[in-house]
Design a protein around this ligand. Structure first.
Ligand SMILES: Nc1ncnc2c1ncn2[C@@H]1O[C@H](COP(=O)(O)OP(=O)(O)OP(=O)(O)O)[C@@H](O)[C@H]1O
Length: 244
């Protein structure tokens, strides 16, 4: 489903490869957690998939289409199947929970409708259903800046649901949250992942969360893939190899 071959990402004016000749295939239904210490390349990996970061060389095939070769216009269409959950939520602060959620539908709509905030009854209904799914329906009319971190991330997830994704990408979605809120956000992502049979790829610093929720773990070190296996295979020796 997502086949990555010989992927190299090198940032301008740097000597090293942030991603160094990566080969990996990830399948629909897998909940993949990505481990690695700071600077290992996790974020670059995630951002290369939806091309927020342009690869230097290699191929990234999503359902058979090589994303590295697509024009920006075609990439925008493909990107509408992919959602990204961010560490700092990326919400629009002065807008309400409901308005932020509805922006998830923007990719599929005429630009003037987005500009003037025109939404059909059906779109609004989907917005409320998404808020219900993340347990925020009572907060629909609150400004997002009045929410807690965990609630903000739920808005991020509701917005993602409106996009009707096939691929869920998470760039450290719980890094700003306390342990119990982090666990609840992972539970929510996993439930949505299972209900919609997604491919999910989530960067996470907390190894325990990764071991508890992932169906597969991959780990980077200095841009190289150094582990690809089952959560139970991340033992003390492997932990040391990833983080020493
Ligand atoms: N915009 C950039 N310009 C130059 N180098 C960069 C840029 N972004 C990242 N890097 C470098 O690329 C490497 C991989 O960074 P990346 O952010 O992907 O790591 P990470 O594993 O996500 O780290 P963290 O856990 O701290 O977020 C690092 O050496 C980093 O310094």
């Amino acid at each position: 489903m997502l086949t990555i071959q010989d992927l190299v990402v090198q940032y301008p004016k740097t000597e090293e490869h942030a991603i160094d000749h990566l080969n990996v295939t990830l399948e629909k239904g897998e909940f993949v957690c990505v481990l690695g210490k700071s600077g290992a390349g996790k974020s670059t990996f995630i951002r290369s998939i939806n091309r927020l970061q342009r690869p230097t060389s290699g191929t990234i095939k999503w359902e058979g289409t090589d994303l590295t070769k697509l024009s920006e216009a075609k990439m925008r269409r493909v990107r509408s199947e992919m959602v990204m959950i961010f560490q700092h939520f990326n919400l629009i602060p002065r807008m309400t929970v409901f308005q932020n959620t509805l922006t998830g539908a923007f990719g599929r709509r005429a630009p003037y409708k987005n500009l003037f905030g025109i939404f059909s009854e059906q779109e609004k209904k989907r917005g409320f259903l998404a808020l219900e799914e993340v347990g925020l329906e009572r907060h629909a009319n609150k400004r997002v800046e009045a929410l807690s971190g965990g609630q903000k991330q739920r808005v991020g997830i509701a917005r993602a649901l409106l996009q009707d994704p096939k691929l869920l990408l998470g760039d450290e979605p719980v890094a700003s949250l306390d342990p119990s809120t982090s666990r609840r956000i992972f539970e929510l992502m996993k439930r949505i992942h299972e209900e919609r049979e997604l491919l999910s790829i989530i960067n996470v610093h907390d190894v325990q969360l990764a071991k508890e929720f992932a169906t597969r773990i991959i780990a980077f070190r200095d841009g190289k893939l150094i582990f690809d296996g089952k959560p139970e295979e991340v033992d003390e020796r492997m932990f040391a190899k990833i983080y020493q």
